[in-house]
Design a protein. Structure first.
Length: 290
């Protein structure tokens, strides 16, 4: 039976946390233009059944603003220099932070997510994979290899990984290739999840924006190559959270589009901090889901 009580974090020693960004993974009704529902990512849906999930929603389609909102806890309408961000807060709490990103996606994760700060915060490391040219499958494979190595080495308290397979495929390749990418991404999520659970660590999965769930405008028959503003998933994976929820039950037949969004992208940062049991020095405008 599901436990609908608010999630609670156990007191005690710090455990490694892996934050996985799935750019391009949005939530929309099942259909012929939805590459995600067409691919049927079985492992992802199994995580949805077993662990707490929430849908986050914002009207902006701008990936820059959406990454910034996730990282600062500010509403997108306030897009400017904020008082703080997750990377800064981790540094203030002496947590070792590693960011892993493709060169193609480097700006989002390492500048906008850092509240426009081009320099690394104390105890923050950045690992850029590949070249500026787009090489979706090669970059993804290397990102997974570097993530595995980082988890195995156990030298960081917090590892942030950007895996933008679906965004890159939706924007540059065919529907068939995007469906293939969903299946590959599902396998990568399985590998990372198993690594994290084997280490008794914590995995946070979130999508900054959608793309692969809406590949064509049916009213005009035009291909859609741009990010969407559909709801995105926020999933908490750790052994003690199995069987718990954040306020609602399992979606029917794995259809997440039947669930109502529970907050905006700005609630992500305060929720992560609550989850980690740490506080920001500057007061956050948004409140945690927990």
């Amino acid at each position: 039976m599901r436990d609908d009580n608010l999630l609670e974090k156990e007191e005690g020693s710090r455990r490694p946390v892996v934050l996985l960004f799935l750019d391009g993974f949005g939530i929309d009704i099942f259909g012929d233009v939805n590459a995600i529902s067409t691919a049927k990512p079985k492992f992802f849906y199994s995580l949805v059944k077993d662990y707490p999930i929430a849908l986050l929603k914002n009207s902006s389609r701008d990936p820059r603003k959406r990454y910034w909102s996730l990282g600062t806890g500010e509403k997108i309408k306030n897009f400017s220099q904020a008082n703080t961000c997750l990377s800064k807060i981790l540094a203030e709490n002496n947590l070792r932070h590693l960011k892993i990103s493709s060169a193609y996606n480097f700006t989002y994760l390492n500048l906008l997510f850092n509240n426009f700060n081009p320099e690394s915060f104390p105890l923050e490391e950045k690992l850029m994979v590949g070249q500026e040219r787009l090489d979706v499958f090669s970059d993804a494979k290397e990102i997974i290899e570097e993530t595995k190595k980082a988890i195995d080495d156990n030298n960081h308290d917090f590892i942030t990984v950007s895996l933008p397979i679906l965004d890159q495929l939706s924007a540059n390749y065919s529907f068939k290739q995007t469906v293939k990418g969903v299946k590959l991404l599902d396998e990568y999520i399985r590998k990372i999840s198993q690594l994290v659970l084997d280490k008794d660590a914590i995995l946070l999965i979130v999508s900054p924006f959608g793309n692969a769930e809406y590949t064509k405008d049916l009213s005009t028959d035009w291909l859609n190559k741009e990010p969407t503003n559909n709801p995105v998933p926020f999933l908490l994976v750790a052994k003690e959270y199995m069987g718990k929820t954040i306020g609602f039950a399992d979606p029917l037949d794995d259809d997440l589009s039947l669930l109502s969004p529970i907050g905006g992208l700005d609630v992500f940062l305060p929720t992560v901090l609550k989850f980690l049991n740490i506080e920001a020095k500057h007061k956050l405008m948004s409140k945690s889901l927990i």
